[in-house]
Structure formats: structure tokens, C-alpha cells
Design a protein around this ligand. Sequence first.
Ligand code: ADP
Ligand code: MG
Ligand code: ZN
Length: 475
Amino acid sequence: MQFEAVIGLEVHAQLKTRTKIFCSCPTSFGAPPNTHTCPVCLGMPGVLPVLNKKVVEYAMLMGIATNCSISGNSRFARKNYFYPDLPKGYQISQYELPIAQNGYIDIEANGALKRIGITRIHMEEDAGKLIHDPNRPYSMVDFNRTGVPLIEIVSEPDIRTFEEAGAYLRKLRSILRYLDICDGNMEEGSFRCDANVSIRPSGESALGTRTELKNLNSFKNVEKAIQYEIERQKDVLFDGGKIVQETRLWDPAKNCTTSMRGKEEAHDYRYFPDPDLLPLVIDDAWINELKEKLPELPDEKKKRFISEYGLPEYDAGVLTSAVELAGYFEACVKEFNNPKPVSNWVMGALLGLLNAEGKSIEESPVSSSNLAKLLLLIDQNVISGKIAKTVFEEMAKTGKSPEEIIREKDLVQVTDISALEEMVVKLIADCPKEAADYRAGKTKVLGFFVGRIMKETKGKANPEIVNRILKEKLS
Ligand code: ADP
Ligand code: MG
Ligand code: ZN
């Protein structure tokens, strides 16, 4: 029997506001424990939350960007549970009336385009952080993160493979970063994902029993955990067993998921509307204002890169995957208006360099302006493409301009035809056997001659000119 997997993802994105969702404590990361706290986020009796308008705006932006309808009336709810990182004993979230619903994003995976539904997006506050030190007989708690604003983005169970899950997450993260409302850092926890996975016989339309996977703190882990879980569920069914609804933890060291808690131990959150917060009413004027303000998003930018710059779809996809990379490319094209070579250098040499050094595009030692200058020098035959690679490496090391490097290292291409002709005539005289071979029809020997001239000029000869002169003098 053939099975297909059904996957739905719940993503928590931390919003880049300056202050928390219901008080004016800062949200910045890395402060000493419990210094970003006040009676409101510590849940003292008698305090009242005040909603941060920026949080609402950011949640609306994400809703609009993912084709959701924005609810004119939404509401905050209390999600009740006891845990030491939750001082109030409840988390303020949204439940039956979320701010955004019924959207979608388009993704590309396994060579196909696919639309993934977004069920809902809601706002909520983050909990604190527990620190378990094995050398102490107790745990510690840091409430700096308590009350930091999050949006939860819940997908429809439209995802079928781990590749689609990866593509969906990358697209969501890219949109959040284009909107500049979340830094998308998975390792630091500002972009987190839980994966719901079930399988069913191919062709069946009813959903199978799902498990929920947690502790997925990188794209690779999400993909590996889903892959593992699909195989595990298949094995259970093939062995005549039943899938139990449970929460499972991904263990990145052992590459497997293990049961954390079953359905019986699942929380009953006793949701109810938060009486401390007014219903949230959003008028059309505000929604329209934000629609106007929406920046160009990845899909639109990709389309424009294809039509405006004549780039292949693949190039446009890579270059628009991050807004900063797209910006770098466009800045480069402004100074050197030849999009395809710019794209080749950005996707090849530049991304190669950044990957190798673990740097982001903003930290690139080669500025867009210096890369444009380099490409201009190739175009004007001042240096060859081969020398340009050397110059690029030097630019990466020193941050210097290409002109400076070429001057310092004396790398200007030899295009002086009479000097090259002289060299070629002498070389042919020195190698009569190879010359005779060429004339006898073994045209491959041309490579030998080109190689010798390149060696003599330390790679600085213009290869096209050398080829032309050689053919002329040999025939
Ligand atoms: P909960 O909050 O209890 O996890 P939700 O209804 O919010 O429940 O669903 C969470 C996620 O689980 C959604 O992304 C949804 O698409 C997905 N999901 C629901 N049922 C299944 C299933 N049978 N198989 C896979 N994913 C599922
Ligand atoms: Mg869930
Ligand atoms: Zn506070």
C-alpha cells in the first residue's frame, strides 16, 4: 500500500518592536537576566496590560502579505496553564477571533509550484526562559522574554513532503524579513516551528492521526525530523500498529523523535476572553493604509527581476530570496548595467565567499560598488575573467577597490598586439614540432600554445587576442 504524508506547520515569529506587547519594557536580546521586567510583564496583581499598536500593525502586515483577510473584530484570550516561566499563570493570546485568517503563500518545491493555505495568524506574548544548570539543585528563570510579542502562523495541512515544508518555512521567513518585522533567526529562537505530521493511504481524503514535533531549531532539523517521522509512522502501520496522537521531541544528536507527552497528558487551556483587554476593532482605513505601505514582496520582485533584467527564473529566485541580496544585486546593476554577468558573479563568487566565511550579505567585504567596478574592468578588457577571480579574492581579503589591487599587483591585461605578436612568433619558432602538428590538422595543439603565452605573461594576456594571433601565425 502507498502512503502519503500530510503536514501542517505552526510557526512562531518574534516581532521586531522596540517594546513588549503589553508594557514598555525593551525587547532587546542578551540583557542581564530579569532586567527587562516590570509589574505588568511579571504578572503582579492589580496591573493592567496596554496593547502595543506596533504589534497590531506588524501582525496585519503579515496577514496582508500572506493574502489573509484581516478581521475587523478580533479579541485577546487567556490560555491558562501553570509553568514556572509564566508568572501570571496564563498567556495572553488570541483564540476564537484571530487577527488574520484564510490566506495562502505560493512555494516551489521538487520543481513544482504549490499553494499552501494559511489557516490563521494571531498575536500573543512570549513566556520567560528557564535555565537548568546541572551543577545546581534548582532551576533559574529569566523573565526578560516574558511579554515579547509573537505572531503564530498556522498552516493548513496542505504540505506533503519535507521539501515542501522547508520551502514553505523559507518563504515565510523571507516574507517576514522583507516586511522587516522579524529577524528570522532560528538559532536565537526568533523564528520557531512545530510540525504536525500524519500519513494516510494515497487517495484517501480523511486525515490520519497526527503527531506534533517540537524542538526543531533549524531548517535542517525540521526537514530531517519530518522525514524521520513519516518513516516511523509507516513502520508502525506496516507492523499492524496504530499511530497515537502525541507530542514528540526531535533529538538532533540521535536523529530521531521520541515521545514527550500523549493526548491524555495534553493541557486543557480553558481559554476565555481576556477581560483586561478591549475587543480589537480595526477599520478599513487602517487596513488600506497598510496595503499601500506594503513593500515589494519576494514573488513580485522575482517577476520583476525576470522582466526588467531578463534574468533566468533560477537566477531571479536566488537573488530575491533575501531582500538584502536583491538590493545588493540592484545596486551593482545600477553601476554596471549588464544584469546576467552581475547575477553570475553575485550567485557564484560572492555567495560562495559569504557561505565559506559564514557572513551575511550586509557583512560582505566586497561592496556592490567594487564588484561593479571589477565587472567594468573585465568589460573594458583591462583584465581577463581569469585575473578578475584573483582580484576578487584580494578584494574579499582586503576590502580594497579593484583598481587599487590591479595597480599594486601589476595585473593589467596585456592587450598590446605588437608585443603579443612578437611573443607568438618567437614561441612558434621555439616549438617547430607542435607548429607542424597544428598545420597537419591537430588543431588541439592550439591549447598548448595559448597555455605557454599565458604562462609567459602570468595570465595577463587577453586570451581572445592570443588565440587570434596564434591562428594567424600558425596558418
Ligand atoms: P493545536 O493547536 O492543537 O496544535 P491546530 O488545530 O491549531 O491544533 O492545528 C495545528 C496544525 O496541525 C495546523 O497546522 C494543521 O494544519 C495541522 N494538522 C491538523 N490535523 C492534522 C493531521 N491530521 N495531519 C497533519 N497535520 C494536521
Ligand atoms: Mg499545536
Ligand atoms: Zn514589562
